[in-house]
Structure formats: structure tokens, C-alpha cells
Design a protein around this ligand. Structure first.
Ligand code: DHK
Length: 151
């Protein structure tokens, strides 16, 4: 396991999550990424940095997971649509957890109540845990769990 003290948490967001606030608000709520960042920053104790990022690019998301490994930084990951088919992202997520770092998969909605193609996650099998269906609180619960579990 990795015993570096937690000072920063990477909160990584996949495709189309940059449109939060205007994208299907009945599913994803009315808050945008800046609102999510503010919620998380205010929920963590002093000395913990929330490093929230979003990309529509699979390769960039994979690079950020490599960066998490190299810097021993825990991850909260909303893979968005990549959840359902990206084996490249899965392999990168496995690098994080095999390095002994937590990687919490989160979803704003509960994909199991939605279309069939959303029922499968190729990420869950290599994640530390999965939180879905609680809106932005899914992220907050993920961050809380990383902080509770730190040694
Ligand atoms: C976000 C997406 O963009 C979808 O592709 C996933 C996930 C669900 C969410 O609920 O956060 O299917």
C-alpha cells in the first residue's frame, strides 16, 4: 500500500461533464463543474487540495491516471460514457489501484436505472469502490471515503 499522507485528491471527469448545468438537468442536476468544485473544496479539511479536471479526450484522462500513480495521488473518477467501453481507461485505473492508491468510481445518476448500455462498467472491476445515484454528493462521499481511509 501507499502510505504517503493525502494532501491532494484528483477529481477527474470524462466526456460531456463540462456541460454540467445545461446538459439534461433532469438527470445531472442544475449545478456546473465550478459548483461541484466549490462543494468539494468546502467539504474537505484545511490542507487538502481538490484538483478537479474535466476532459473529453480519453488519452488525456489516461495520462492523468498515470500522473496519479507517479505522484501517489488518490483519485475520484467519473469516467462518464467511457465507463461503459474504455478498456484503455480500465487498464490505467488498474495501475492506480495496483499501486495501492484508492480510485473511487462515481456517477451522478444511477446508471442501473437507465438505458441498458449504461448497466455495465468496465472500470468497476478495478476500482476501490463505486458510488452512484447521489448527484454531486456521489463525489463528496468518494472524497470523504478517501479521507476516512487514509493512514
Ligand atoms: C455520466 C455520463 O456522462 C454517462 O455517460 C454515464 C454518468 C453516467 C453519471 O451519472 O455521472 O452513463
Amino acid at each position: 500500500m501507499n502510505h504517503k499522507p493525502v494532501t491532494r485528491i484528483l477529481v477527474l471527469n470524462g466526456p460531456n461533464l463540462g456541460r454540467l448545468g445545461s446538459r439534461e438537468p433532469e438527470v445531472y442536476g442544475s449545478g456546473n463543474l465550478a459548483d461541484l468544485e466549490a462543494l468539494l473544496v468546502e467539504s474537505v479539511p484545511p490542507g487538502i487540495e481538490i484538483d478537479l479536471r474535466q476532459t473529453n479526450d480519453e488519452g488525456e484522462l489516461i495520462d492523468w491516471l498515470h500522473e496519479a500513480v507517479d505522484s501517489a495521488t488518490p483519485v475520484v473518477l467519473n469516467p462518464a460514457a467511457f465507463t461503459h467501453y474504455s478498456y484503455g481507461l480500465r487498464d490505467a485505473a488498474a495501475l492506480v489501484t495496483k499501486a495501492g492508491l484508492p480510485l473511487i468510481e462515481v456517477h451522478i445518476s444511477n446508471p442501473h436505472t437507465r438505458e441498458e448500455f449504461r448497466h455495465d462498467s468496465v472500470i468497476s472491476g478495478v476500482a476501490t469502490g463505486v458510488i452512484a445515484g447521489f448527484g454531486f454528493d456521489s463525489y463528496r462521499l468518494g472524497v470523504d471515503q478517501i479521507l476516512r481511509a487514509r493512514s
